[in-house]
Design a protein around this ligand. Structure first.
Ligand code: SF4
Ligand code: SF4
Length: 310
């Protein structure tokens, strides 16, 4: 099949699976992005996320992940919620209202790969979604799906910021996108709105100061870094402040993926966006394990969520 034929097939399959957008980049090493990653690690910005410092050569060169790789295919999974959680409840990031995206996006990418394999028998592929060895945002920007904003998000001019990036490495040539013009201009809303000054100039993020890192990844309690978030910041899992501050976040339609609709918990079907502080504090592990098994919140665990409220 020609690159044009493969491109047309992937676009069709991407739309069938409900992805908001698709683009591809040539699988050449990511030199500039890796240099920036090395700088962040040198400065300790990765905090407890030691995995970021491992396997950097795999992240730089996709040929080490898939022999004979030619293309990096990038897909945008739309998760924009149709409603915003009320500030009266302990806040959770909007990507965590529904089911954990990792499996959902990967399953859809595997479905695309299965069809590709049936049509192109010698095709080889690998699938990634938020996996350590692939710099999804850098690839999506190279593929022409958006630009990297000062808040470090991939920003799609059509679909905004509420997207998850899924990646397929492929041993076939396809049609490649070209980079999108930067769209921040003189805006600094995200930098000015970040309550912990975690966003730095030149699109750098000091994860140690970021509420999202502190409420999910950090295993340090009561340290200086944990205390850099105001105790009344209201976020118990993730943080959407710099996402919501961005004017581009008005782009994109509410997601139609049923998996991303607000999860319910308990026999009476309470919404996970409407759990009060008291309910969190009195919740036991058995209940959490039972009703949050599909939720991204299980990544932090109940004890951490309770600690985040203290
Ligand atoms: S997620 Fe929150 S804490 Fe982290 S950089 Fe954005 S505004 Fe700052
Ligand atoms: S808030 Fe402004 S500066 Fe920040 S990413 Fe959005 S457009 Fe860029």
């Amino acid at each position: 099949m020609t690159p044009e034929g493969i491109d047309a097939l992937i676009k069709e399959l991407s739309a069938q699976e409900g992805f908001a957008d698709y683009g591809a980049a040539i699988a050449s090493p990511l030199e500039k992005d890796i240099a920036r990653l090395r700088e962040s690690i040198r400065d300790g910005f990765n905090g407890d996320m030691e995995y970021m410092a491992r396997n950097i050569e795999l992240r730089e060169n996709p040929a080490l992940l898939l022999e004979g790789v030619k293309s990096v295919l990038c897909f945008l999974a739309p998760y924009k919620p149709s409603e915003r959680q009320s500030g009266i409840y302990p806040r959770i990031a909007s990507y965590a209202y529904g089911e954990d995206y990792h499996k959902i996006v990967r399953d859809k990418l595997y479905s695309i790969c299965t069809t590709l394999k049936s049509r192109i028998p010698d095709v080889k592929y690998r699938v990634f979604c938020d996996s350590a060895p692939v710099m999804e945002r850098a690839w999506a920007a190279k593929a022409g799906l958006g630009f990297i904003g000062k808040n470090t998000f991939l920003i799609s001019k059509r679909h905004g910021l509420h997207t998850i990036i899924g990646v397929i490495l492929l041993n076939k040539e396809v049609i490649y996108g070209s980079s999108v013009k930067e769209g921040c201009g003189s805006c600094r809303r995200c930098l000015e709105s970040c309550p912990t000054s975690a966003l730095l100039e030149e699109r750098r993020l000091d994860a140690r100061r970021c509420i999202s890192y502190q409420t999910i990844e950090s295993r340090v309690d009561g340290s200086e870094e944990a205390n850099s978030a105001p105790s009344d910041c209201g976020w118990v899992f993730g943080c959407d402040i710099c996402l919501e501050a961005c004017p581009w976040s008005s782009k994109g339609e509410p997601s139609e993926w049923k998996e991303f609709s607000v999860l319910q918990h308990g026999e009476n079907g309470g919404r996970i966006t409407e759990i009060t502080k008291e309910m969190w504090f009195t919740m036991d592990q058995e209940y959490f394990d039972r009703w949050f098994s599909k939720s991204p919140l299980k990544r932090a665990d109940l004890i951490k969520i309770k600690n985040n409220m203290l």
